[in-house]
Ligand binder design. Structure first.
Ligand code: APR
Length: 312
């Protein structure tokens, strides 16, 4: 029997819960929000798709009752403010840091052994905060940003190449910010053939630029930040954990010398299985990529420093 809880039943949390449910990634799913009746309503609505989509996941919602989340194997934290048009993810830090810290404390009272997935923004700093404030084993805390950024990268590559996105391999590492993420264009392929065989340097640069502002583009169009791809990316991470798939995914984890960085959580390729992130794949970047990674780390570290100025 597996149990997953999703904290925050808003756009991202409910979408994540929806994908987890219809793909039957867990036996039991709990959705929790602070808005009265909201999680219960979302859970009931998702449950009512079960005869249409033919799934058996048992899904319940609760307003703030963490005892319902007890003994979760995985907890996904999506609670917090989303971006508004023109805002950066970093501008959310004050409000979301308080929410994420409080939620983590409540979660751990009832699920001390859970693996925690952090989606709330600014994600790299919220992951670092969760690690520091919980005292949990570092392998149990995973920030979801790189899977989403990589999905957007593959999406833009699919449009440029006019190909199926499932045939494209591409990964984005670094911070989960408009200026801190690093789409690894050098390594991207269309079924093993380097993309430079099909696209000009300018086209590749454009794909990279579009990927980096992928979230901001959607925020401008929608008036709030996106949810389908973030929710599905969170569910994919849950799947690799609960099914112990040991997939290599770009996730935000605590670095201890890997990629030349320490005391920071950033996006790198990791093996994801039943124990959380099990191993960092520390492969050699070229000089240009390593320089970008270092710059990205500086920006993430600056954001982490803001935590000390907040009344947490
Ligand atoms: N405990 C539980 N739920 C909370 C709390 C809390 N302390 N504080 C806020 N929430 C809930 C809100 O009531 C709301 O339903 O979190 C939910 C957030 O949902 P949305 O406002 O729809 O935001 P969403 O688009 O889902 O984004 C959530 O994910 O991608 C990131 O940047 C995004 O930080 C944002 C988060």
């Amino acid at each position: 029997m597996t149990k997953v809880s999703v904290i925050g039943a808003g756009a991202v949390g409910a979408t994540c819960a929806d994908v987890i449910s219809y793909r039957q990634l867990t036996d039991e799913l709990v959705l929790l929000d602070i808005k009265e009746g909201f999680a219960e309503g979302k859970a009931l609505d998702i449950y009512q798709t079960s005869s249409l989509l033919d799934f058996k996941t048992q899904i319940t919602g609760t307003t703030g009752d963490y005892s319902k989340t007890a003994n979760s194997d995985v907890v996904v934290i999506t609670s917090g403010l989303p971006r508004k048009p023109g805002m950066t993810r970093e501008e959310l830090i004050g409000t979301n840091a308080n929410i994420v810290k409080n939620v983590t404390e409540n979660v751990l009272k009832h699920s001390p052994n859970a693996i925690i997935i952090v989606i709330s923004n600014p994600m790299d700093t919220m992951t670092y905060l969760t690690l520091k404030s919980s005292g949990l084993d570092k392998h149990k805390i995973i920030g979801m940003g790189g899977i989403l950024d990589s999905a957007r990268f593959k999406g833009y590559l699919g449009l440029a190449l006019n190909s199926r996105t499932a045939d494209i391999q591409g990964t984005v590492i670094g911070g989960h910010g408009d200026t801190t993420m690093i789409p690894l264009t050098r390594l991207a392929t269309l079924n093993g053939v380097p993309i430079s065989q099909f696209l000009s340097d300018d086209q590749i640069k454009q794909v990279s630029a579009d990927t980096m502002v992928g979230g901001a583009t959607l925020t401008k169009l929608l008036g709030t930040s996106a949810w389908y791809a973030p929710g599905a990316a969170g569910a994919l991470l849950v799947e690799s954990i609960v099914r112990d798939q040991k997939r290599i995914m770009p996730c935000c984890v605590s670095l201890d010398g890997e990629y030349g960085q320490k005391d920071i959580c950033m996006g790198v390729p990791v093996v994801i299985g039943k124990n959380g992130w099990e191993k960092i794949v520390d492969f050699k970047l070229n000089n240009e990529e390593q320089e970008l990674f270092n710059k990205s780390a500086d920006a993430v570290r600056n954001m982490n420093d803001v935590l000390a100025t907040l009344n947490l």
